[in-house]
Design a protein around this ligand. Structure first.
Ligand code: NAP
Length: 503
């Protein structure tokens, strides 16, 4: 989170320069940072990938990406011209040392031109099997030796289980210092997610209530209307647990569950988050049976169009055991949260695309109103909507206007759209700026990643070794398998959703 910026000259090397992530997210983010005056005065963006491209062709490809995906719409021609003068392309096969040697010459040329203090960022926007060869060659060619000025950004997924995450951490830590490694979880860069920290720790009224004495249960729900699309091949080796819960949803849970940090330093905040993960109740075989639910979508209709079931998507095994939905009841065993269930669910091809955190408070200790008055009685809820609506709602009981005494729930709403006129930056803008300023607060430390994997390994193991006999078990456009409703209904609750926004 920045207040004022003065950046040293910066070279950004993007491995996977021609890939989807760069076109869709990184290039628009860098361009918007430039337009808003947040790029360093001197910078060079060097895209790399195997295919041969001229600088001009690469710039045109990125411009198409920005035009299609930037939150600010199509590029301003003049600004794009100026920005793109700093964009270059160097064909590099990261498995081939000779082409890495050539890349080093290009990077060194800019380093000499920019002078002392130049920062070099290496962004690994490639498939995870290429993380090790890139890290090894960056070390072999001594391209990231300066631990104060050279940083390595590693995309998700960080490992596919505890063992592979440990291996990758070991490989990186053998060659670089932890302060050079930026493990990205783009959820942490979202404006609304960052605002949870502000909401929790910059307001005094909340802290006394933020514990087991006043909170009944917590829900974290990240649902998607889309299916796997063309990513079936990738998703087959992943699934909802690995793709979403191990990283994004557990990180949200940490922000909700963490103790108050003593300051805003990266390590202090990450220490407090790791404490939550360490306090989470490990899964016994019985917990896995009763507190976890997996699902896989079958065909259905979405907005009037028939969509295929998961097993009929491209690249998917027709007998696949991969879950496209997961719901889990977690507990955090510490003084603050003892006995408070954290229900987490995520899935594809669900009824609504939405990311929502709902904190339900306990009921009043004694009802003074007669039953007829409280027909629509509902416990207080704090609802943090991350997307598509960006808002924080406090649901309270109020008296309906009129001569009779009727109570119903009303929302006190902090809505971004209504409150601010400025557009929120994209998560990648925030995170790229953080990397340039050397702020690791919103990035995952090695122990965060490993502790999250450690927690989930028993579930992953159980789901992999015991094939689901009920798959596919929910239809596209539903809220997921019935068992997920039962998981929360058993405790007397139901999954909360905001009504669809008709805007
Ligand atoms: P992608 O579209 O398949 O792009 C892969 C890139 O790697 C291409 O530029 C490809 O270009 C390059 N490449 C492949 N082999 C190479 C080699 N041997 N040497 C050098 N370059 C090579 O993948 P992506 O969707 O951009 O995803 C990249 C990473 O970001 C993945 O880890 C993914 O999980 C993560 N991620 C992506 C998104 C997204 O929205 N796409 C979101 C979150 C995270 P050439 O074929 O020309 O070499």
């Amino acid at each position: 989170m920045k207040t004022s910026i003065s950046l040293s000259p910066t070279i950004i090397v993007i491995f996977g320069g021609t890939g989807d992530l760069n076109l869709r997210k990184l290039a628009p983010a860098l361009y918007n940072l430039y337009v808003e005056g947040f790029m360093p005065e001197k910078f060079a963006i060097i895209g790399t990938a195997r295919r041969p491209l001229t600088n001009e062709k690469f710039r045109d490809t990125l411009m198409d990406g920005v035009n299609s995906f930037s939150r600010t719409g199509k590029v301003n021609k003049e600004k794009w011209e100026k920005f793109s003068e700093n964009v270059h392309y160097n064909p590099t096969d990261v498995k081939d040392s000779a082409s890495f040697d050539e890349l080093k010459v290009v990077v060194d040329k800019f380093k000499d031109e920019f002078g002392a203090g130049t920062q070099i960022l290496f962004y690994l926007a490639v498939s995870p099997d290429l993380f090790p060869p890139i890290a090894k060659r960056l070390a072999k060619f001594k391209m990231a030796e300066n631990e104060d000025n050279c940083r390595i950004v590693v995309e998700k997924p960080f490992g596919k289980d505890l063992e592979t995450a440990r291996e990758l951490n070991a490989l990186l830590k053998e060659r670089f210092k932890e302060k050079q490694i930026y493990r990205i979880d783009h959820y942490l860069g979202k404006e609304t997610v960052q605002n949870i920290m502000a909401f929790r720790f910059a307001n005094s009224f909340l802290e006394p209530l933020w514990n087991r004495n006043y909170i009944d249960h917590i829900q974290i729900s990240v649902t998607e209307q889309l299916g796997v699309g063309e990513r079936g091949g990738y998703y087959e080796g992943s699934g909802a647990l690995r793709d979403m819960i191990q990283n994004h949803l557990l990180q949200l849970l940490c922000i909700i569950g963490m103790e108050t940090p003593i300051n805003f330093n990266a390590d202090e905040i990450r220490d407090k988050k790791v404490d939550v993960l360490k306090a989470m109740r490990p899964f016994s075989a019985e917990d896995i049976r009763f507190n976890t639910v997996r699902g896989q979508y079958t065909k259905g209709w979405v907005e009037g169009k028939e969509v295929p079931g998961y097993r009929h998507e491209n690249g998917v095994d027709p007998d696949s055991n991969t879950e496209t939905f997961a719901a889990i009841k977690f507990f955090v065993d510490n003084w603050r949260w003892q006995g408070v269930p954290f229900y987490v669910r995520t899935g594809k091809r669900l009824f609504q695309t939405s990311s929502l955190i709902t904190i339900q408070f306990k009921d009043v200790p004694h009802h003074i109103f007669p039953p007829a008055v409280t027909e629509h009685w509902q416990q207080n809820r704090l609802i943090i909507s991350i997307q598509p609506e960006m808002s924080i709602r406090l649901q309270v009981q109020g008296k309906r206007p009129g001569l009779d005494m009727v109570l119903n729930p009303v929302d006190m709403v902090f809505d971004y759209k209504g409150t601010y006129t400025t557009q929120s930056p994209e998560a990648y803008e925030t995170l790229l700026l953080d990397v340039m300023t050397g702020d690791q607060t919103q990035f995952m430390r090695a122990d965060q990643v490993e502790t999250a994997w450690e927690l989930l390994m028993p579930v992953i193991h159980a789901w992999e070794t015991k094939k689901s006999l009920s798959f596919p078990n929910y239809s596209a456009d539903s809220w997921g398998p019935e068992d997920a409703e039962a998981l929360i209904a058993r405790d007397g609750f139901h999954w909360f959703a905001l009504p669809l926004n008709k805007d």
